[in-house]
Design a protein around this ligand. Structure first.
Ligand code: SF4
Ligand code: MG
Length: 466
């Protein structure tokens, strides 16, 4: 008895018959992929199939893998997240030429640049099929489409050249005529450790064939046969002989560091580093810290140093053994525009870095006060720079009014330390780490010649809070 998997073992027939038109090449690509997976004896539960939008995007519907259909052009972004979460799975993408090289073109080049272990099966039928036969980035010159009724004047992308130049480590090209070669190219791409692109020259009789006067579907397949040259043979041909030909075969297959492996190794290293490496002053961690789960927003204008203050707040929390994430946003102006720095500190894993409803809000301008005080959690905390903020909107939060900027100017002769005074106040109010850990972070972050002044400013802010 033959226990090897057969392609039928991988089919999902509940959605049969397929939506594909008679003669469409997509079914051939699906079958070639299933043959490759069967020969590799990969368990169907170990495959995650990802697609975008278009006729190609229906492919995973007919295979019994874990599968996800995503938004137009974004399949590679989804697949990147999936692979980072499940590096043990084979993540295979079925993408059309429009989906992958127009809407998703940037995702393609960046996935290639990263060398992430994904397999892209690029179903290139040189047209937008499902949406009505519009010209795509791979439609050849002079060919007709619903949007190029007088012929296409745009030179097409050479997908394999693009993938190679962007850094893909496995690149192959085949056609729906050369079914065995296609299967082999896909199989090698699946087992390759790194970013694999298999360009499958495909056939769309409905959107492309009819417009371009192919009398029969078979003529399109014959065209693929007659225009293809194996890569080995192509090496002996000159430019003139190769004009208009498709060079098929394995075009690139090299080893290079893979993105997810590097990311996981770096994450492990970072986990080991955190507390020790930030703790320049060798502050002993405090025992018995109470559980923390705080969302903190620092808001003001560009140039007030709130981004750095947020980073330092997060680093002190990490030093104290917490998890912390920081995110930031600011206006187009380097100085004077709105600026926002957000920190989440928690004893638990933090899934999402955005702060919608802060527990603690620091405001250093009237504008940010008006905008963000209403967002503070009921019973939260607002720290206001009373030098710059005259009015605080009605709130259930506890409000601390501290003349941060006036202290900076009058006592330190420099507005620049206002952010560190504010950090000192935040250290006291949040209690997320001992002040000595904040000292350590400030020491590592500010220029050496301003260290003493900044440490004094930190303590001054800490002492401001009653
Ligand atoms: Fe295939 Fe073209 Fe029909 Fe889409 S429109 S199913 S690509 S033949
Ligand atoms: Mg297409």
């Amino acid at each position: 008895m033959n226990n090897k998997p057969q392609i039928n073992d991988y089919l999902r027939t509940t959605d049969f018959p397929t939506i594909w038109c008679p003669g469409c090449g997509h079914g051939i690509i699906l079958k070639a992929t299933l043959r490759a997976i069967a020969e590799l004896e990969i368990d169907k539960d170990d495959v995650i199939a990802v697609s975008g939008i278009g006729c190609s995007a229906r492919t995973p519907a007919y295979a019994d893998f874990n599968s996800i259909q995503t938004t137009h052009g974004r399949a590679l972004a989804f697949a990147t997240g999936i692979k980072l979460q499940r590096p043990d799975k084979y993540v295979i993408l079925f993408l059309g030429d429009g989906d992958c090289t127009a809407i998703g073109g940037n995702h393609l080049i960046h996935a290639a640049r990263r060398n992430i272990d994904l397999t892209v099966i690029l179903m290139n039928n040189m047209i937008y099929g499902m949406t009505g036969g519009q010209v795509s980035p791979t439609t050849p010159i002079d060919m007709y489409s619903s949007t190029t009724p007088f012929g296409n004047i745009e030179p097409p992308f050479k997908i394999c050249d693009l993938a190679i130049a962007a850094g893909a480590t496995y690149v192959a090209k085949s056609t729906v005529y050369h079914v065995n070669d296609l299967k082999t190219a896909i199989a090698q791409g699946i087992v390759h450790k790194g970013f694999s692109v298999i360009e499958c020259l495909d056939v769309c009789p409905t959107g492309y064939g009819r417009k371009n006067k192919f009398r029969e579907t078979k003529d399109m397949y014959d065209r693929l046969r007659d225009s293809s040259v194996p890569v080995k043979k192509a090496k002996s041909l000159d430019e003139a002989a190769l004009k208009g030909k498709n060079v098929i075969g394995i075009l690139k297959n090299v080893d290079a560091p893979e993105y997810v492996e590097q990311m996981l190794a770096m994450t492990e290293a970072a986990k080991k580093k955190t507390a020790k490496d930030y703790n320049l002053l060798n502050v002993a961690p405090k025992n018995g810290d109470s559980s923390v789960d705080l969302k903190i927003r620092l808001s003001g204008s560009g140039g007030q140093g709130l981004i750095l203050a947020g980073i330092m707040l997060g680093e002190a929390a990490i030093m104290a053994g917490k998890n912390a994430v920081h995110s930031q946003s600011y206006g187009v102006e380097a100085r004077g525009g709105a600026s926002r720095s957000e920190v989440i500190v928690s004893d638990n894993e933090i899934d999402f870095p955005e702060v919608a409803t802060p527990d603690v809000l620091l405001v250093l301008t009237q504008q940010s006060c008006n905008k963000f005080v209403p967002t503070v959690k009921d019973g939260g905390i607002v720290i206001v720079d009373s030098t710059l903020v005259a009015q605080v909107p009605a709130t259930t939060a506890k409000v601390y009014r501290i003349p941060i900027t006036r202290i900076a100017v009058e006592e330190f002769e420099s507005e620049i330390v206002a952010n560190v005074i504010a950090l000192g106040a935040l250290a006291k109010i949040t209690g997320i780490a001992p002040i000595a850990m904040f000292e350590s972070v400030v020491t590592s972050r500010v220029p050496e010649n301003t260290r003493t002044k900044n440490i004094s400013a930190l303590h001054r802010g800490y002492e401001c809070v009653e």
